[in-house]
Design a protein around this ligand. Sequence first.
Ligand code: UDP
Length: 446
Amino acid sequence: MDKRKLRQINKLENRLKGKSRKSAYVIESMLIKFVYGLISYLISIGLFFIFLPVNAVILVLLYLRESLTGKSVFTEKTVFGIHGKPLKVKYYNIVNDKLNKLSLIYYVLTGEIDLVGVSIREYSSEERQLGESYLLDSNPGLISLWFIRQASRTAYEGRFNTEWEFTYKRNPVYDLMLLLKGLPALLYSGGNSEFEQKVNLIGIDFDNKTMNQAVEDIDKAVKTDKKITIYYVNPDCFNKMYSDKDYYSIIKNNDIVYPDGIGVHIACKMLGTPLKENINGTDMFPYIRDLAIENSYRIYLLGGKPGVADQMKRKLESDFPGLNICGTADGYFDRSHSREIVTAINESKAEILFVAFGAPLQEKWINDYRDKINANVVLGVGGLFDFYSERIERAPRWLREIGMEWSYRLYKEPGRMWRRYIIGNPLFLLRVLDWKHRMRGRDGSR
Ligand code: UDP
């Protein structure tokens, strides 16, 4: 177990033993706990009545099916319950990943499962790892941080770390916020069971990978001295591809294309081919940065307004002393000087090059010069430098977790973003529906 995790565990241990800062006590005062308990109980009752008609219909149908086919109404599982004790729960015996869990509302009412808690896990008596007992002893909840992050495809840290973060941070206010985030997550969730390796959306093949796998590919490319080029595609990019055939063909013919944003995720779900994770440049950057620090890889930053890449370099090198940003250049150079820029990149011996001109400028430029650029990994990353230089503030994580990062960008730059989001997002979804319809017409099977 790494040192950071051990430090976190010690902190949590101290807090549980009552040694933590006073503020923790304030927030966990009896009054707040009481109010939270009351609110969550009222919400549980509310949920029970909201879902009562659906539950009633499901039960009637399942009993009917049982009388006709003999197939049981429930499937029973033993899960970790309150204080980590085994708890037998009954799920509806249906394939749908969401509907089968509706029976769990009953256990929330009886207090056997909390409304908010760690995710519900099957019980096993295996020996517990260091730190895991806290997770298992925390009560399971109908809504968990893991569920929310999975739903928005931002669960990059993996289950253990996410549950751990929840256990560490939780207090009544945090739980209440999680409850609110859980509602939109319900809309995005589901479809986790089977993933295709490649997912095709409007003719573009996405690599259906997790963040860890995507970062591993970068590491492998540098270590084996292979060249790869990475593009990210969001709904706005798709809209641009409709009127820009060159851009479309560059994306279509590139080996690695990742799905960026909740819009693409919803579209792929609509087509019945869900994506594993939302892999965009901005979320991926910290992982590449850590990889670069660990392996002493050199990074070059090309793009953004004059001074932005420099500012990002200064900031990163002061926050992460081991990081080697071997060169920077802004993205407003005279394009007839591109060869000089390529020479500068090659002379810096960069292994990883970030190009941030926005789509489709960056993709076209990369496509024109990729052969001459020696860096193993080249990525087109749009507005990434604006965020990491802190020129523009990025949406807080809770907004990203509910799939609303776009609303924050709209709020920050309404003049530039309104067309992209207010018109672009619905237009994109209409195009997806149209494409789905045409594909169905073509092969009669989808
Ligand atoms: N940009 C650039 N050169 C140009 C035009 C734009 O370097 O000729 C930069 C611009 O300063 C901004 C980024 O490209 O930092 C585009 O950001 P945007 O948010 O539009 O990109 P997205 O992430 O949405 O693709």
